[in-house]
Structures are given as C-alpha cells and as structure tokens.
Design a protein around this ligand. Structure first.
Ligand SMILES: *Cc1c(COP(=O)(O)O)cnc(C)c1O
Length: 382
C-alpha cells in the first residue's frame, strides 16, 4: 500500500454538510459563508474573519488592505512557501529575505532587525510547520520601528503562545493574519483561506476587495475600487465549518502521529538524522508536517527516489525562495547571506504525515528511511 505524503481527513459529517448545501440554491454567498467566518473569528478570539479562495489570495488582500505598495519593503523568510514573496511583488513592493532561527525555523528577530531600512513597512511573519514565531520579540521590533505585521498562519491553525494569562492562538497577534485551507493543511476546504482582522475598517475593505471591489452596502454593480474574485463558495465554507468544529480532535491526532515518529526515531537512532522538536518553551505546536533533517552529505534526491520506489511519498520543504530562478535576479539577491536557511533547506525531508496515519505505516517509513540512508551512504563510499 502506498503511503502518501498527506491525506485529508473527511468524515461523514463533512460529506453531509457539503451535500446539504448542494440541495439548496445558494452555492455561493449563502448562509455558510458568515457562519464559517463567525466560527473562525470566535476560535481565534478576533473580531473579524474574511474567508477567501486561497491562502495566497488572503496574503495578497492583506497587503493591499494595509496599503503596502510601490517603494515599500516587506521582510519575509526565504525558508517558506513561495507565495510570501509572490504576493509582495504582486503589490509592487519588494520582499527582503531575512534569516531564520535554526530550531524553530521561523524568522530570527535579530536578523529581522538587521534587515530593516528606511523603506521597510511590514513584517510578513510565517509560523513555519505549525511552530509559533517569536511574536513578543517581533512585535516589539515592529512597534519600535513603526512597522505593520501580517501573520502567515497558513501552516499553524491552533498553534499558540503561552502567556502568564493563558494561551493566545497564532493569528491574533498581527495587524492582519492569514489562514490556509489547502488539502494538506490541518483544516481544509479543498482550496481556501481566510484573513483575520481586528480593525472593522480592515474587514470591510477585505470583504470589498475579495468581491470585485463592491461597496459593502451597495448594489452588485457598485464598485468602490478595482477588486478581485477571491470569494469562497458555500460548499467550501460548509466543509470548513465541520473541519473547524473537529479541530481539537484533529490537532490531537496529529500530535500523536508526531510523538510516534519521535519514539520510532529514538529507537532507530539513525546517525546524523535530526528530528523536529516535540516541545518548545511557552508554545503549543499545531503539527502541519513532519520534517526531518538528513545527515550531512546524504544525497536527498536519491533517498527520495528510493522511498518513492517503495510507495512512500516525501517532500523537500522548503527550497529557499532567494535561490529560485524567479527570485535570484532580485536586486541584492546575489550578495544575500542566508547560511542557516541554505544549510537547513538542503537537508530537509518531509515524511508522510496526516491525521489517520497509523503505527504500521509509520514503522515502514522509518525502516525504509534508515535503509535508504544506509544504501545511499554505502554507494557514495564505493
Ligand atoms: C499553504 C501556505 C499558504 C497558502 O497556500 P494556498 O495554496 O494559496 O492556499 C501560504 N503560506 C504558507 C507558508 C503556506 O504553507
């Protein structure tokens, strides 16, 4: 049996909810949209959530809503999904890549501080692989330099930072925050995303921009500014509502899978292999993917193809954005020094990881990885 890299967890409840929408005439802009948005806002304890057609669409609208544009710089990680750079360019601003912390793989606050110039307007903070970024340090930098913060929580719904007063979920720290619901995420709507907002004017602008720039109170043909069709259908919202209602169960299942991997890797003791941290101080991790680092000098592509021959899906999360053909030519890219990003990205390997992954296939994955690393090492020496 093949073991995929990821797999959505759809129960009868999701199927019934989507089917129920199909029996109504309102497949879009019906009652599921505000209901899903209200559930997202309540879960994150923020006043507003605006559902959109993808996480990328959400990032795009977040930057537009905050007025980021030509001449502005936005600090982003290079060890991230490429959308974080694409959307900055799409609003005609410039992404400035900053170094990450080698443990959390999130933006290193010291590196962020060094990357600030007179043109910096915002920090685009990704909670990579479901580990919360250091929001206390980043917020203090932002307030000292008068910068905006957009959180990219697309990989991290339900992750939280523990304060003396209790826990605070990611997505509630920034001026705006973005969630993503692609099928490999913890909560899925097929395709989809949402922007969380604290400011009512921001929420109004987001709603207008996702719907062709229509005025909120106006007619279908009244347009306040040029906008987009970034709407999310009621079918998707119904699916998302059930998924969100199951989030506690989903996060617990994923945590179990991560703990089982950890145990198996401790037993296997593969020399030079590094596993992700299970616990970090003052953090609740929301497990998105399970990414190990291969031993130095092991040919990752050969390990991947050996595993693929056995039906085991893997990913190489992430390829540094600043080294991509699309971004290498950015002014300043040639002199950019991101040694942590580059050395870690060369070694990362995402293993099969989803809610219903059982111990048997997990044992197969770990055994196959151990064998593949040994084979590749031996043939390199020979
Ligand atoms: C998944 C993801 C997104 C959004 O992706 P879409 O496919 O557009 O929904 C954005 N940022 C990060 C870091 C992601 O992992």
């Amino acid at each position: 049996m093949p073991i995929p890299l990821s797999s959505p967890d759809i129960t009868e409840a999701e199927i019934e909810a989507v089917t129920a929408v199909l029996r109504t005439p309102q497949l879009s802009l019906g009652p599921e949209l505000p209901a899903f948005e209200a559930a997202l806002a309540e879960y994150h304890k923020v006043p507003h959530a605006v559902a959109v057609s993808s996480g990328t669409a959400g990032l795009h609208l977040a930057l537009l809503t905050l007025g980021i544009g030509e001449g502005d710089e936005v600090i982003v990680p290079s060890f991230a999904f490429v959308a974080v750079a694409n959307v900055v360019a799409q609003v005609r601003a410039t992404p400035v890549f900053a170094e990450i912390d080698p443990v959390t793989l999130n933006l290193d606050p010291h590196a962020v501080e060094r990357a600030i110039t007179a043109h910096t307007r915002a920090l685009l903070v990704v909670h990579t692989f479901g580990i919360p970024a250091d929001m206390h340090a980043l917020r203090s930098i932002a307030s000292r330099h008068n910068l905006l913060i957009v959180e990219d929580a697309c990989e991290a719904i339900g992750a939280a930072i523990m304060n003396p007063e209790g826990s605070q979920t990611v997505g509630s720290f920034g001026d705006l925050a973005v969630l993503g619901f692609y099928p490999n995420k913890q909560v899925t709507t097929g395709e989809g995303g949402a922007v969380l907002a604290r400011d009512t004017a921001h929420a109004t602008r987001l709603r207008s921009l996702r719907n062709q720039g229509r005025m909120p109170s106006g007619d279908w043909l009244d347009h306040a500014e040029p906008g987009f069709n970034y709407r999310l259908s009621d079918l998707a919202c119904a699916l998302g509502r059930v998924q969100l209602s199951r989030i506690k169960e989903i996060l617990a299942l994923r945590r179990n899978v991560a703990e089982r991997y950890q145990q198996l890797f401790i037993e296997a003791a593969i020399p030079g292999l590094e596993v992700p941290p299970l616990h970090l101080p003052d953090c609740r991790i929301s497990w998105f993917v399970y990414v190990v680092r291969l031993p130095e000098n092991v040919d990752r592509e050969r390990v991947r193809s050996t595993l693929a021959e056995r039906g085991i899906g893997t990913g190489r999360y992430f390829a540094p954005i600043h080294l991509q053909p699309a971004w290498r030519t950015l002014p300043g890219a040639a002199s950019l020094q991101l040694p942590v990003t580059e050395s870690i990205a060369r070694r990362t390997l995402a293993l099969p990881f989803f809610n219903r992954l059982n111990s048997d296939p997990q044992e197969q994955v770990v055994a196959a990885l151990e064998q593949a690393i040994a084979d590749v090492k031996n043939s390199t020496i020979a």
